[in-house]
Design a protein. Sequence first.
Length: 738
Amino acid sequence: MKILTYYIGVFSPFVKRGSSFFLFFLSVLSLAAQPGDYVWTSAGTNSSESMPCGGGDVGMNIWTEEGDVVFYLCRSGSFDENNTLLKAGRFRIRLAPALQAGRIRQTLHLNDGYVSLSDGQSTVVIWADVFRPVVHVEVNCGRPVTVKAEYESWRTADRLIDKREGQQCSYKWTVPAGLVTGKDSIRSQGNTVTFWHRNPAKTVFDVTVAQQGLSADAAQLYNPIGNLVTGGRMTGSDGTARRYHHIRITLANVQGSTADFEQTLQATEQQINVSRDRRASRRWWQDFWQRSYIEAGGEAAGMARNYTLFRYMLGCNAKGLWPTKFNGGLFTFDPQYADSTSAYTPDFRKWGGGTHTAQNQRLVYWPMLASGDADMMPAQFDYYRRILHTAEVRSRIYWGHGGGCFAEQIENFGLPNPAEYGNKRPEYFDKGVEYNAWLEYEWDTVLEFCQMILLAKSYAGMDIDKYLPLIRSSLTFFDEHYRYLARQRGRKELDGNGKLVIYPGAACETYKMAYNPSSTIAALRAVLTTFLETDTAKVYRDMLDRIPEIPLRCVAGRQMIAPAVTWERVNNVETPQLYPVFPWRIYGVGLPGIETARNTYLYDPDAVKFRSAAGWKQDNIWAACLGLTDEAVRLTKEKLADGPYRFPAFWPPGYDWAPDHNRGGSGMLGLQMMLLQEAGGKIHLFPAWPKDWDVRFKLHAGRQTTVEATLKAGKVTELKVTPEEREKDVVIDLPRQE
């Protein structure tokens, strides 16, 4: 990989070959004495030893190399023509005299949302403006120094993509011959470097539309990547020696012309006021940490710390137009450190950039309810709202009925991923279904986001009116589609009890060609029940009456939840028979039938066989929801244990990529559920928390409630419930040790 370097104020760029590092060391990490600071006291050597920093919708990986401060920069929504999520570039800050590598102290100031690097003589402060896409680098020195800022790019020429590298984009393993990542445009002039990537009008969107038989309707489908221009401009001082230097990087994502991109950059630059923007951004982060917290000592200290660090990473995309990606978010690093066989460019990640695997995305967003971060959820909600029309076009064109069909492995433009949809499809195969053994008939994950929307109204008072068409359409699809399929098989569209027949169905990617899968039934029952609190229309009451009961079975004399009434094969290692526990909260602490659900967790042969804390596994959440304290502790500790990289909340790829945001989100959820759960109008505190673990927390609950509590030496020493009238609903539910 060649890296082309541009210096601010220097007119002669030169080619600098990138270095590949396959070995890295783990430095000792320590918490600073001042709460909210996270400190390294030794220098790093490569991007896998980076520290996250960001704000708004911008993320950076910051590290040091021989006294240089280096960082990658990524902005949400920077998709190229193949739907790779591009980094803006690599940036290098070089001081003369240089930072003394042996004395560098690198600090993530969590309370204020910025990173500083200091050797005692010079300090480099890096922060992102929360309210506009601008990164600031401020250098403060006790003596005059010169600063050279460099922009490094690897997209300086069209670059062929090999088959395995296609995992970074929407083509995945179906990369056509000659496919390239198009080159960037870079202009260096005086003390500025401007860089941008412009997508052509025709992109993978057009290829996918044609593949899926929708070309006649292409003009009415949402297309976010055609003619998209992404990039920015770095501006700095003239390089003379002084005590203070300021460098800024302004970013822009614009669908239009290069001139539109330039105008957007200029408009943002004209709005910048460094002192004002610094104060506003730090105030936002300070308020962010007041919303909620989990602080613990002893055996729980590491879990609580990594929970906080990961929540910070999620907060860096609080204002994003696009949701945080499950497969690394804004913080992926050089790919060979995640997988030694993937020595590609810094843009590489597995499972795509514009592809949003719904089963994985959901775990990033569920914990934001209890953490009080509902204002960060519209990025994911609006993602679905923008593609609703496309989902409804699919239902109308393929099947002639209403409702929106959202497939699994869905693109940012609303169609199934083209590789997963299948290029070698039989002519007779249903064009609305992915020709894929894992994904066929799996389209109920959208219901989790519908439920999140409804709960965001309860938790945070969110105005959800603009999302109601999405919820109605998603529910309508299931009712109309499965009645439609029943009419293809026979005369009646409902079973003998007047219930919907969900067949062919899918219990996640695991139990395939399923008849009445429990995960889908639980989803429909839960969303309809919650939705009827908002919309009492008869059509939804009648629909709820048509949803069948969750199937049960008896194994070795124990009643438990069945994955489905019947199924043809097992394809993956999920446990959808426990989805009625989470996300659907039909079984659990304080709810009827908990023994049936516990039997499923403890004795279902597949549930036991599939148990793990890796990646997107949810066993820790289920254990907490069922009051199985020892299991919840064991699995959540494993989830939130330090990752193998220098920053402890950079978890390994699991089933996806590093840093693994599925693991972070499911770890957050498990810890939250150990401390607080709701059931039947009651708020259960400590339902899966060891009585002898000291903890202090503030978490959110439904009906716009917050709970602050302290457990010390087995006793609740502080409890504050807001509003006060909800204190009567609190149940102190400290469990017995198993």
